[in-house]
Design a protein. Sequence first.
Length: 214
Amino acid sequence: MPIRAVIFDYGMVLSNPQDPVAHRDLVAITGLAPDAFERFYWVHRHEYDLGNLTGASYWAQFARDAGISFTPRQIEALIESDVIMWASINERMLAWAAALQDAGLATAILSNMGAELLSYMRQEFAWLGHFTHHTWSCELGIAKPDPAIYTWTCEQLGVCPEEALFLDDKPENIRAAEEVGLQAIQFRNVDQLRAELQSRALLPNLPLPEALTA
């Protein structure tokens, strides 16, 4: 069955890896060792992505877990740095998405995301409007790898799961997508994606990501 839609994760697919300066700022504000920061950072991230926590309540919970405290100004700074950390765009992937759109394919973003980053993106990223559909976990109240978020996205696109290609950096999200019938590729980098698309012939006669040239 031919692919009619490509569904992109945002973090680490359309975006670059975490901005190191913003990450360093976050760690510095907390005063924790980097490994301790990473441990506490992810404990309640899923609830934040689901919309069950705001940026302020997420960082307040972080502080309680870590046995520390933040001033209101520190929480504002944490939210700002957290947004900036995820706001650097993978221009090669965005260019490929635009090429697919120009070729007539439906494109969607399916992302686990907190409301503060989403608000920033809507304000700063006009290219969001070029995508056929957006699925944001914090607004839907469902997050990957829940099967319902994949089927809902396909329904909004008007395609069967078998007619959609899903890209995500996390293996658990890829497995869940495949279980509901989507074609799926775990994204590591643009050249790996290009090679896998070619070897699997998933998008015949359609644009591929540009190869990295010297």
